[in-house]
Design a protein around this ligand. Structure first.
Ligand SMILES: Nc1ncnc2c1ncn2[C@@H]1O[C@H](COP(=O)(O)OP(=O)(O)OP(=O)(O)O)[C@@H](O)[C@H]1O
Length: 253
């Protein structure tokens, strides 16, 4: 859990200010704001089509916003050159629904892949084997190192994908629907794992989910994306007991 003293402007690791994005007449983001503090788990919830994916695509540079600013570790990424951007991006890990494993590679090779691409991030100069094993151990899958993705269950695949993200020791992890498509028990295991990872690596996480249970368990704060803006931000307890009908709609089971 995040300590209250972390909520200060000095501890913002990611900040979105006044973000606008439209497609023709479809105004998807209409002055959206977000602050992610060091060490916290911020859950973003929004109805289907509310713009969660558009927001996250703007964050990772897959889509350009019409206006607004996005700062990572206090650097406005809309103003950085490519080289500076690459350095900063190495601090951000992603776990997207589409971040599939390479089917033709073993688990080990899947994990070696990002290490080769970001060799400068190997600060401790540990050998590849040590890093791969450590990352797999942190998701409880050291024994699966020589398996092929086809031999893994859905939950195991997601664990390996998380290990592949962790191997670069990101400061921020963006999760897009981390429990979607999993049965409730496996979903719970992934949530526990996300908590363990947060404790061990002291990462800050932005988590997009429809899963109210996941939001309840993992969030320090929840942000509701409604009508293109950050309509409400608060703890699960505060939001789930709100009398506002737009907020209530998210929490009735
Ligand atoms: N490349 C694009 N071109 C045109 N419209 C787009 C594009 N990408 C997204 N949109 C529109 O932006 C809106 C928000 O879409 P987005 O995928 O961000 O929703 P979402 O909140 O992630 O939904 P879901 O929970 O179903 O994944 C939708 O109306 C969608 O049609």
């Amino acid at each position: 859990m995040m300590a209250d003293h972390n909520i200060s402007n000095n501890n913002i690791v990611l900040e979105v200010k006044n973000l606008y994005k439209r497609f023709g007449d479809n105004r998807v983001l209409n002055g959206f704001n977000l602050k992610l503090y060091q060490g916290e788990n911020l859950v973003v919830m929004g109805k289907s089509g509310s713009g969660k994916s558009v927001m996250i695509k703007c964050l990772v540079g897959l889509m350009e916003a019409d206006s607004g600013s996005i700062s990572v570790m206090h650097h406005d990424i809309t103003k950085l050159n490519q080289q500076a951007l690459d350095v900063l991006r190495a601090d951000i890990g992603f776990l997207f629904q589409g971040s599939a494993l390479y089917d033709s590679m073993t688990v080990r090779e899947n994990l070696e892949f990002p290490l080769r691409r970001h060799s400068r991030k190997n600060k401790a100069k540990l050998d590849t084997e040590t890093q791969v094993v450590a990352a797999l151990e942190s998701v409880g899958l050291a024994h699966a190192i020589d398996l092929m993705p086809a031999e893994l269950s859905g939950g195991m695949k997601r664990r390996v994908a998380l290990a592949r993200t962790l191997i670069l020791q990101p400061k921020i992890i963006l999760y897009d629907e981390p429990t979607s498509g999993l049965d409730p028990i496996t979903a719970k295991e992934i949530i526990i794992l996300m908590q363990d990872v947060q404790k061990k690596y002291k990462t800050s996480s932005l988590i997009i989910t429809h899963d109210v249970d996941c939001a309840r368990v993992i969030s320090d704060r929840i942000l509701l994306l409604i009508d293109g803006v950050d309509y409400a931000v608060g703890t699960y307890k505060a939001l789930s007991t709100s009398e506002d009908p737009k907020i209530k709609a998210f929490f009735k089971q």
